[in-house]
Design a protein around this ligand. Structure first.
Ligand code: ADP
Length: 170
C-alpha cells in the first residue's frame, strides 16, 4: 500500500568520523524522498536516553547512549546529522537502504552492511539510525525537531507565547 509518510534519519558519530555524510546522503537521494529538515547537533544525554527509552533494560543501553552522544569517537566528532525525509513508503525505503541493525548480518550493499562494524565490546556501530515504524517516526521527529525546523507542516502545531533568552550573533 502506498502512503506518504515521514521518517527520521540520524547519521551517527561513526558516520561523521568516517567522513561518510556525503556517501549516506547520496544513497538516501536514490530513494527520491524529499528532505524536510536537516541539522548538525551535539546529542545530550537526555535526548539520547529518550530516543533509546525502548532499550532501557538492555545490557548495552549505557553504551548505545554514549555512542550516539559521541563519547566513543572523540569530542571533535561528538555530533550527528539529523534529517527528516518525506515521501511514499519513506520508512520502509530508508530501512531497506540502511540494512538490518547488526552490520555483520546486513546486506553488504546496504549502508550498515557497507560501513558498519561490530566493536570489540560487542556494540553495533551501524552508522545510521532510521525510524522503524510510523509511530516511532512521529515520536522521534517530535523529539529531535521543533516545528520551525521542518519546512512543511507535517503534524498539527500550536503557538505558545514565551519570553525566552536566546543567543544571537554579536
Ligand atoms: P535500530 O537502530 O535498527 O532501530 P534498535 O532500536 O533495536 O535498532 O537499537 C538501537 C541501536 O542499539 C542499534 O542501532 C545499535 O547501534 C544498538 N544495538 C541494538 N541491538 C544491539 C545488540 N544486540 N548488541 C549491540 N548493539 C545493539
Amino acid at each position: 500500500m502506498k502512503k506518504t509518510e515521514q521518517t527520521l534519519v540520524v547519521i551517527k558519530p561513526d558516520g561523521i568520523k568516517k567522513s561518510l555524510t556525503g556517501n549516506i546522503l547520496t544513497r538516501l537521494s536514490e530513494t527520491k524522498l524529499r528532505i524536510l529538515g536537516a541539522k548538525v547537533i551535539h546529542v545530550s544525554r537526555e535526548l539520547a536516553e529518550k530516543h533509546y527509552a525502548h532499550l532501557k533494560d538492555k545490557p548495552f543501553f549505557d553504551d548505545v547512549v554514549k555512542y550516539i552522544c559521541g563519547e566513543h569517537h572523540g569530542s571533535q566528532y561528538s555530533r550527528v546529522m539529523a534529517l527528516v525525509y518525506d515521501g511514499e513508503n519513506a520508512i520502509e525505503k530508508v530501512r531497506k537502504l540502511a540494512g538490518t541493525t547488526n552490520p555483520e548480518e546486513a546486506d553488504p550493499t546496504s549502508i550498515r552492511g557497507q560501513y558498519g562494524r561490530l566493536t570489540t565490546k560487542g556494540l553495533f556501530e551501524n552508522v545510521v539510525h532510521c525510524s522503524a515504524n510510523a509511530i516511532e517516526a512521529e515520536n522521534e521527529i517530535k523529539l529531535w525537531f521543533v516545528p520551525d525546523e521542518i519546512v512543511d507542516e507535517i503534524f498539527p502545531t500550536r503557538c505558545v507565547e514565551e519570553s525566552l533568552k536566546r543567543r544571537v550573533w554579536s
